[in-house]
Design a protein. Structure first.
Length: 325
């Protein structure tokens, strides 16, 4: 299916060096932000307490935040989930040392929580009829395990992508695709480090989704490159890549435009729970298109891809072939 067809190939590879310089600068900035600012890990990674409360009417979130702040709980995360009457409060170990409650570092040892004190201190400020419905403790050790498991998941996905592309195409495509995919991941993390957005398990899931999404776009372009090598033998390698990218532009606009419409809906109407998940997907989709087309393809060209790498020469049959009597 195509909305339109571009008759003349766009010379993308003519500007390949400029595109990759832009990518390199963006990548290095992301690395600098990750090293200097670091990620703002959520409670799943740092450890802490998650409290869920329910009210008879819409809760006053600002009242809860103000009460906790006065009690010495710094930067409490207070948000609605589900309905305006349901509230989720997250208290991180690093921020929630307050004398009015059982300290969270003590909770990490005893795994106890004084619900009566917390209700009187914070829940009551959210409105009448507020009651704690659930208290969940996340220890720092669990957070470390989640962080290491997440990093291992990213590594395994990258290795799997390289093996898949090496078997389906050729090792040069595999190297180009994994560089482009890592480019996307680091830039997403760089945005979260620069703006200090919360990095949670849902954001990690979005990063893993972007890896698969980006490699799918690379496979589409690489397939068209192989097809063009077979059909148009007189083209040079840059011309083949330009033709492959140009002929897939309509498909790219349809696919990514439809996906981004759904992600944008989550971003604006999904509430705080889905906000950063959708934000990570949005960044990943935009940079995924850029890297699959304008980063991976030039790298394949510079690695010296040629027709013989993708199409095995046909063996000439001679009169001596076959069974000998």
């Amino acid at each position: 299916m195509e909305f339109f067809r571009i008759r003349r190939d766009i010379p993308f590879m003519k500007h390949a060096l400029a595109f990759n310089v832009i990518s390199m600068v963006t990548f290095l900035l992301a690395v600098v932000f990750l090293v200097t600012r670091g990620l703002n890990f959520s409670i799943e990674f740092t450890g802490g307490v998650v409290i869920e409360a329910r009210y008879e009417q819409a809760a006053n979130l600002e009242g809860i935040r103000t009460s906790l702040d006065k009690a010495g709980v710094h930067e409490p995360q207070v948000q609605n989930f589900g309905t305006s009457r349901d509230v989720m409060i997250r208290l991180a170990l690093k921020d929630a040392n307050n004398p009015a409650l059982t300290k969270l570092d003590e909770i990490s040892k005893k795994q106890v929580f004084d619900q009566d004190k917390f209700t009187a201190l914070a829940i009551a400020q959210g409105g009448p009829g507020g009651k704690i419905s659930r208290v969940e403790f996340v220890g720092p050790q669990v957070g470390k395990e989640l962080a290491s498991d997440g990093a291992l998941a990213l590594l395994l996905v990258c290795v799997g992508i390289m093996i898949y592309l090496a078997f389906r195409f050729e090792w040069k495509f595999s190297v180009a695709a994994i560089i482009a995919n890592l480019h996307d991941v680091i830039i997403i993390l760089g945005f979260f480090a620069f703006f200090q957005w919360e990095f949670s398990l849902s954001v990690l899931a979005a990063v893993l989704a972007v890896l698969g999404y980006s490699v799918n776009e690379s496979v589409v372009v690489f397939d068209r490159v192989r097809e063009t090598f077979r059909k148009k033998r007189g083209m040079t390698v840059p011309e083949v890549i330009n033709h492959a990218i140009t002929s897939t532009i309509s498909r790219t606009i349809i696919t990514h435009g439809s996906t981004q419409m759904m992600v944008t809906s989550m971003l604006f109407f999904g509430g705080p729970t889905l906000h950063y998940f959708a934000l990570a997907l949005t960044i990943g989709i935009l940079f995924g298109i850029y890297s699959s087309v304008l980063v991976a393809s030039p790298i394949v060209m510079w690695l010296g891809i040629k027709r013989e790498d993708l199409i095995k020469p046909v063996r000439d049959k001679t009169t001596n072939d076959g069974a000998v009597v």
